[in-house]
Design a binder for this molecule. Sequence first.
Ligand SMILES: [Fe+2]
Length: 494
Amino acid sequence: MKSTGFEEILSGFSKISPLKFEIWNEKGAVGACDPGDLKGVRQFLPGIAARVYEAEDFRHEETETQDGLFGLPLFDDDIIAGVLLAYFSNAHDNAQVSCPDPEDAKTLLTRIAGMIEERWDMQKESDTLINELDKSYESLHLYSNVATQIKTLNFSSQMILHLLNEIKENIRMDMVFSIMPDRPDYSEIVCKEEVKIKDEKGFVASLIKAVEKSDKALEEGYFIVNNSTDEKLFSKIHKDPFRFLAVKIMHNESFYGWLGIFSFSMDDIIKRSELRLLVSIAEQIGVVIANTDLYHNLEDFGINIVKSLIVTIEAKDVYTGGHSERVHHVSMLIAQEAGISEEDRKVLNWSALLHDVGKIGIPEAILNKPARLSDKEYSIIKGHPLKGAEIISPLDYLAGSIPGVLHHHEAYDGTGYPSRIKGQEIPLFSRIISVADTFDAITSDRAYRKGASFEKGRKIINEVSGTQLDPEMVAVFNKVYKRARTWLAEGQIK
Ligand SMILES: [Fe+2]
């Protein structure tokens, strides 16, 4: 029981009535009380306080020196939280002022008690409100953290771990877990250091097994155990009592697994706010997993399209079978030697494989012509880089590969096509592909001539360094030449 603010009320009433007021609990006076001991009244106060406590009702007592001692219980809900005491205090022995009769005193005390009780209620309400707000803020903070993370399309075990730790810190549980039987990557457990569970994985598995075995309907999508000792299935799992909440991770009809919080501390129960929070996080995880799957399916789908495109080009050009793959392999050797990052190499990977994809639109009669091409035919051939860029442009995740494809026939001195750009203006990936492409063109058989030897090819590459090809990339090619030659000579494709 808090006394804050009551002095004000009580002293206000003391001023307008001949009574002095105090609030007592079982231990004595609460808050400030009158320091004077008017006619020895103080000695009677503990007695009347105790009797009001016992009677749970208004009391009026008289002593030899005191006409009026009054007491009224103060209730907090249905429990006595204290007593309001009042005594007559005619400090100046003014005969005009007399002690109020018990009925009037009771009315006055009841009014004051009402005000005090009202204030307690308000205080409690505001405490609850502050508490709720605190919780909401925590939840909101956690949720905003979580929401930003799970917007991604590449949900990873790292992110799951981070997410579980956030939950653990924010809702102060001993353990937080996500168990997804078909996705071991997303199955993680985070545990407070001081909590000793030998085999965490096995432990969580038995919790979930018990949940699944339980008779309780799981239609709501969650399962709460507030005291494991009350539930036969769960009391066997650990000798100490525990409480936990497991929420299904689902999206549409697909069930992915369980998100759960667990604690050995029995001071509290699983709160509604915690349930709400966990349910919404589990929903988000479900959405992200579904999106990630969809994204991967799309990616696979795209890769398959690309693969079939490559097969189509190779099939059309009878003389250049395996060209795309050889150019790809040599380009990747150069890129690695040049120290290009893994991420950038992924982009180059597709550029190199697809550099000639635009040949799909060129009639086979021109591609396989066993004689020199006419100017018109040559201009059709020259359209293939642009055509290639157009073909892959609808595939979003290949967007980065477009420049490599579009400019793989530019020359370092600016005499190439389609844009006639030169030097460093030419995208690096195109300059790399150019070297590998030229080398393969020289060393493989054509409709009208036999391919040159690898050594001859290397020589020619170095001759056109600085005019057709980027000298820096030619220098790197020279370093990987032996490795390239070995791979090509082993007849991977050739
Ligand atoms: Fe080409």
